[in-house]
Write a protein that binds this ligand. Structure first.
Ligand code: HAM
Length: 431
């Protein structure tokens, strides 16, 4: 029988690597708390329409990459529904914002999430079909200040702090503005005109998008099309005064905070909901998939999915890519941190002492110590070898120890063996 394996583009995350995942998540939660963000958890699947309307029909994500299925009606009273594994979390957060009327408080909502997302992309290093994002959204009615360029700058400043605290060095912040919906409509017309003489030479996707959603031509990855795309007009020239002023204020606030950035006029991002500020943080160590995170403003998203006016800005970082970056940094410059060992390993001498060893392990673990429990079927030599691999000290639990209440403890670092009364054991093991 063929052995079953994890599905293409998905993978198992195992210890000790998961410790690094945990460290990143813990850092993120701590930083989010300092910036007054609360956690939101939305479902992993949603009605397909949410992504079609939110992310955009013509995006690669919606047109090619979603895991979608028909959830059959189970009774005559029910209707079949098209469902999709979330390819990203912003649409879900905004749906929840509308559904729970979070705007009615009048307050700015600052929400973060950590969870898996799903896209049917061609798997390669740093690109998976199930991947993880750490993201956040700042959204609220205009009266809450949600449209202010200060929000954009604050989110970007937080990201710089977050990456620094995670230990990621050498990142670049690429920044652009894609303007308001009206600016984009104007830009799309400019693009349509620019396509006229050249579109015949472009790929089939570009030819279609040149008609339906010209901006999306900038997402094209076909190498032969790139020289043509390089000559297209940039969106900065289509921005109106208001959008230009908004962008100028974002840049000025970043300068004041000392967050460095690079302007990238081609950064339009692969999702249709963006307006005004868009950004990506890239890292040279990642190869082709060099974006560790991306985000931007989405002032019309709530209305696009049937909600009230609720401007917002947010981002999502690829957790898989953060891990790859940190691992590459570690390989290039290994830190000399000794592996953390457990406080103790308990070795029962004979199967008859297993129960007593479990009771001792329970006592120590509930006292806050990290303990591994051996097995009475092991010979003493095997117990010592196993203990030396994982723990700083071994505690012998034999008949004598059980009867006398005095345990034999060996410290592997000093090779000294000590008799310790059970009441003093926890204290002794801590040192
Ligand atoms: P995105 O640029 O599609 O934006 O994804 C954000 C990040 O998720 C990327 O920069 C990358 O690090 C990671 N990522 C995306 N696809 C994959 C993949 N197949 N494998 C591994 N990592 C991946 C969004 O998702 C927006 N929702 C971000 C946002 C939030 N904009 C506003 N608010």
């Amino acid at each position: 029988m063929a052995t079953l394996k994890a599905v293409r583009g998905t993978r198992d995350l195992l210890p000790p690597e998961t410790a690094l995942w945990n460290r990143i998540e813990t850092t993120a939660r701590a930083v989010f708390a300092r910036y007054n963000f609360g956690e939101i958890r939305t479902p992993i699947f949603e009605d397909t329409g949410l992504f079609a309307r939110g992310v955009g029909e013509e995006t690669d994500i919606v047109s090619k990459e979603m895991f979608t299925w028909e959830d059959r009606a189970r009774a005559a009273s029910e209707k079949a529904q098209m469902l999709t594994l979330r390819p990203e979390n912003t649409a879900g957060v905004v749906r929840a914002y509308i559904e729970h009327k979070l705007g009615e408080s009048g307050q700015l909502q600052k929400l973060y999430y950590i969870g898996p997302q799903f896209r049917r992309e061609r798997p390669q290093k740093g690109r998976y079909r199930q991947f993880w994002q750490i993201g956040a959204e700042v959204i609220g009615p205009p009266s809450s200040g949600s449209e202010s360029p200060l929000r954009d700058a604050e989110v970007l400043e937080m990201l710089a702090t977050l990456l620094d605290e995670m230990g990621i060095t050498g990142w670049t912040l690429e920044l652009n503005s894609v303007g308001s919906a009206a600016d984009r409509a104007r830009y799309n017309e400019t693009l349509r005109a620019a396509f006229e003489p050249v579109v015949g030479k472009m790929c089939a996707d570009c030819q279609r998008r040149a008609v339906t959603n010209p901006l999306r031509v900038l997402d094209c990855k076909v190498p032969e099309d790139q020289p043509i795309i390089a000559t297209l007009p940039v969106i900065a020239d289509s921005l109106d005064e208001e959008s230009k002023n908004h962008f100028a204020a974002v840049k000025a606030a970043l300068d004041a905070a000392g967050v460095t950035f690079t302007l990238n006029p081609r950064l339009v991002r692969g999702l249709d909901y963006y307006t005004r500020t868009t950004f990506e943080f890239t890292h040279g160590g990642l190869g082709a998939q060099n974006a560790i995170l991306g985000g931007g403003r989405y002032d019309g998203l709530s209305e696009a999915i049937g909600g009230p006016k609720a401007p917002g800005i947010g981002f999502a970082m690829g957790l898989d890519r953060l891990v790859l970056t940190l691992q590459a940094q570690e390989a290039a410059q290994p830190a000399v941190v000794p592996a953390k060992k457990l406080d103790a390993y308990i070795a029962p001498l004979g199967e008859g002492l297993n129960a007593a060893a479990l009771a001792l392990a329970r006592e120590l673990r509930r006292g806050g110590l990290s303990v591994e429990l051996g097995d009475g079927s092991f010979r003493l030599k095997k117990s010592f070898e196993a203990a030396d691999r994982v723990a700083r000290k071994i505690v012998i639990m034999g008949e004598d120890e059980l009867a006398s209440g005095i345990l034999t403890v060996k410290d592997f670092a000093t090779a000294i063996q000590t008799k310790v009364p059970r009441v003093d054991l926890a204290e002794f093991l801590k040192n």
